[in-house]
Design a protein around this ligand. Sequence first.
Ligand code: ADP
Length: 239
Amino acid sequence: MADPHSIIRVQSLVKHYQVGDDTVRALDDVSFGIAAGEMVAITGPSGSGKSTLMHVLGCLDQADSGNYFLAGEDVAGLSSDRLAEIRNRRIGFVFQTFNLLPRMTALENVELPLLYAGRRNAKGPAAEALEKVGLKDRMHHTPSQLSGGQRQRVAIARALVTNPAMILADEPTGNLDTRMGGEILRLMSELNAEGRTILIVTHEPEIAQHCPRQIFLRNGKVVPETIRRGADSGPAPSP
Ligand code: ADP
């Protein structure tokens, strides 16, 4: 059953990939919940299943079996059209490579999800989202006129503007130097302090440790002692 306070509840997720005669268990009986307002890292070494899990949580792909409730809605087994609709409505994505449209200004990039959703007057909310990420005075710049950290701020504003149930960030600091990466993590923490639910997928322990809670994957399984790990309870187990 879905818990009314949980944004995410996954139960016994399994996903296989068939490679020749081999079956890879990319997700092997994965279960956990994430409550509204949490900031959680999904972490683990390369090949542990992070991307596979992110695609399922982001409604970009389906598990072979198991349950997935997103904001109380049972999304396992939905058609790809329905999944796309839920994805656009519920999830704000932030990618390692920012994925901004190069010919558009910051403001136009942030307006896009609202325009796709059929909203008119997207400028006001887009400007507000850019102000929130500290880019009020850069709204009319194109991505090439912005630093990497500023581009990622635009991407975060674009993720925020539809007021999604959660922000799903895939290696959000992967293309940034340490200082800019730190700024992006601080911004995410500020947004979390305002009550936003944030999931960061990362293979970097230092990034994961920035999150109050870490879900550590190994060989497609959740390492059990990490399910309720707090920020002050020591580093995650090494791979
Ligand atoms: P991570 O993101 O932690 O590096 P992945 O989710 O990408 O892990 O991969 C988990 C496992 O599934 C790995 O063993 C990987 O080789 C395998 N895998 C991922 N995607 C595919 C695919 N499309 N086809 C076959 N095997 C895959």
